[in-house]
Design a protein. Structure first.
Lengths: 364, 300
């Protein structure tokens, strides 16, 4: 049984296609993050799961029951919003029990739930306050509390941390993670922040233009991006994508850029399909953190590149190198001293590379 | 070198000090002149209403009255006590109250509901509905007099307070809807979404969540509608006469129908009485008025 199953879901607003044939499944207790740039349809998808938006095609199942036409309140879900959406005229207590009151739960049960959740979230001292008298973090906690008291099957979070300042965001992120570890409720979480996605999700679905680009574990998303969009979207700075050709001779594959004599051997790369590789136009992908200034293992590929730019960001520096007139970024500790405008010896960790078809932009 | 620069700064400082002082006094002067200009008619009205006819004939407009004499106020409010032809404001004042209270209530309530639907329960063509409602704000009163008279006749409520309530409610809806729509646009729709997930329905969301935060715009709407309806003369004089007339129509009749001598003191007292309720509403709710007009998003 899947806690949440979405199949062949499409949604249009007028003539604009917002979601295209979305398929998604979540197992009990998993934390799925919907990640993507603004306008990719992730919030619409969440609203559809909540029942706040109608569907044009396809279905949504919760616990194997088709809820496509079920009212939001009957879907056994709870949602936390970006603007918190606490009812301004009600105090914290009224905010938290509003849903239970609507559902005609008995007074004793409501009080019990309220006590349990407010203690758990440490908002029990704030119960008589109005939302306007709370700080951002407290509001966020109350909003989560309002969702918790309903004891839903699925938690929906719509960019819940975006309105907080940087420090509080990191704190609340950890709290949400702890919360999930303790409660083990299924979560669908929408964000445009990759760090949030990586640190929270057991699964990440990366979306763009209404299509899921890759739905995988954070490790696979990072290490084996399924196309150039994912490769570019995840990581900061994002993955270097060097355009060039593959060469295959006597079962050895190598990569070189147009008109250069640098040949990078591709050994032990896990090709999806190992045919027609010769002369294939590809992007050679390597993350800035996988380029080193000294040899770390025997397989590393040694190369001389000219350093053009150094960006100091405290604990590390981002260096820009010139690779046959294409920019290649590398991340080094800030203690390393590298002269600009001079050739520097670099080492590519070839076990961490990705290759993409230059035309389809898919991983090969 | 440095001393030189400093002393030139000092000179400039002195100069700007004098300029500022001059400008300030000039500003006060202009403000006082305008204040006097605006307060002058009110002064004349109040002073005249407290004079006897004898004093009015002998003095000028600005002469101070000999004492606080409220006789003309009593006459304006309650009449002289002789039968026919004695027009006074009291019954018409209550007519106006009976007209203005329900008309303000209904137009405000309907406007709030319409604004709520147009912003939080969007439907196909809602923009057109709003556009046509806005159109209602720009139709001149005169244009609807005949069709409205016919409608009231068909409904059997012409020349009645109920008829006027209907006219003012209908004519007020475009304005009240506009006010509430613009206010509710600034309230995050996530509130409505949260309430829907919590299981609240259409009316519950309106009464429990949106209405409690609408105080500023409700006050604005009430002031606006109250002033409009209370001060209306055209609808009142067209759709009612005699007993059912509102106060502005009665005031007009009173002032125009005096047969012998023009009793300026009574006329002035009547005019002030007719204007007092709007003043009271402004004083009581004024601070909300400014706040409501300028209020932005309600942060949850």
């Amino acid at each position: 049984m899947k806690t949440l199953k979405i199949d062949q879901l499409s949604k249009n607003f007028g003539s604009t296609e917002v979601l295209r044939k979305i398929n998604l499944e979540i197992d009990e207790g998993n934390f799925l993050v919907l990640l993507g740039p603004s306008g990719c349809g992730k919030s619409t998808l969440l609203n559809i799961i909540a029942g706040l938006e109608t569907i044009n095609e396809g279905n949504v199942h919760i616990d194997d029951y088709n809820v496509s036409k079920v009212e939001p309140k009957d879907r056994n879900i709870a949602m936390v919003f970006q603007s918190y959406a606490l009812y301004p005229s009600m105090n914290v207590r009224e905010n938290m029990i509003f849903g239970l009151k609507q559902a005609k739960v008995s007074k004793e049960k409501i009080e019990e739930q309220l006590q349990k959740v407010s203690k758990f979230l440490q908002v029990d001292a704030l119960l008589e306050r109005k939302p306007s008298q709370l700080s951002g973090g407290q509001r966020q906690r109350v909003a989560i509390g309002r969702a918790l008291v309903r004891e839903p099957r699925i938690f929906l979070f719509d960019e819940p941390l975006s309105n907080l300042d940087a420090k509080l965001r990191v704190e609340m992120r950890r709290e949400i993670k702890k919360l999930h570890q303790q409660l083990k409720t299924t979560v669908v979480y929408v964000t445009h922040d990759q760090t949030e996605a990586m640190s929270l999700g057991t699964n990440i679905a990366i979306m763009n233009h209404g299509v899921i680009q890759q739905n995988d574990t954070p490790e696979n998303i990072y290490n084996k991006p399924s196309n150039t969009f994912v490769a570019d979207f995840i990581g900061s700075p994002s993955m270097n994508l060097i355009k060039g050709n593959l060469k295959e001779s006597s079962n050895k594959v190598s990569f070189n850029t147009h008109g250069s004599n640098i040949e990078i051997p591709i050994n032990g790369y896990d090709f999806k399909e190992k045919s027609n590789l010769d002369n294939k136009e590809v992007f050679f992908g390597i993350r800035p953190e996988h380029i080193f200034f000294k040899k770390s293992n025997e397989e590393d590929f040694e190369i001389n590149l000219r350093a053009d730019l150094s960006e100091y960001i405290g604990h590390e520096q981002i260096m820009t190198f010139n690779f046959e007139n294409q920019e290649v970024l590398a991340k080094f500790p800030s203690t390393v001293k590298i002269d600009l405008s001079k050739n520097t010896k670099l080492f590519f960790d070839l076990t961490q590379i990705s290759l993409f078809d230059a035309i389809t932009e898919e991983r090969i | 070198m440095q001393d030189k620069i400093h002393s030139s700064y000092k000179q400039l400082e002195q100069k700007s000090k004098y300029t500022n002082m001059f400008l300030r006094w000039f500003l006060y002067f202009v403000l006082v002149v305008f204040a006097l200009y605006f307060i002058f008619p009110l002064y004349v009205m109040v002073v005249t209403s407290l004079k006897t006819m004898e004093e009015i004939r002998q003095g000028t407009l600005l002469t101070w009255p000999s004492g606080l004499n409220f006789d003309s106020w009593l006459v304006a409010w309650g009449g002289r006590g002789y039968g026919a032809g004695d027009t006074f404001l009291k019954p018409y004042f209550w007519n106006s109250i009976k007209m203005v209270v329900p008309a303000v209530f209904f137009s405000t309530f309907i406007g709030a509901m319409a604004g709520y639907v147009l912003t939080k329960w969007r439907f196909k063509g809602d923009k057109w509905v709003f556009l046509f409602l806005l159109f209602g704000c720009f139709i001149p009163y005169q244009a609807i007099l005949l069709p409205m008279a016919r409608t009231l006749g068909v409904l059997g409520i012409s020349n009645s307070v109920i008829g006027l309530v209907l006219v003012h409610t209908v004519y007020g809806i475009p304005f009240t809807t506009l006010f509430f729509r613009n206010f509710y646009v600034s309230i995050p729709s996530e509130l409505v979404k949260a309430a829907r997930i919590d299981g609240a329905g259409f009316f519950k969301i309106f009464f429990k969540i949106l209405l409690p935060v609408s105080t500023p715009i409700i006050v604005v709407t009430i002031i606006w509608q109250f002033t409009q309806i209370w001060n209306d003369f055209l609808f009142g004089s067209t759709f009612s006469f005699g007993e059912a007339a509102p106060i502005q129509v009665a005031l007009n009749n009173m002032v125009l129908s005096s047969t012998s001598v023009k009793e300026y003191n009574v006329d002035m007292a009547s005019a002030i009485i007719a204007g007092i309720p709007t003043l009271i509403v402004y004083v009581l709710a004024g601070k909300y008025f400014i706040r409501g007009l300028t209020s932005g998003a309600v942060k949850g």
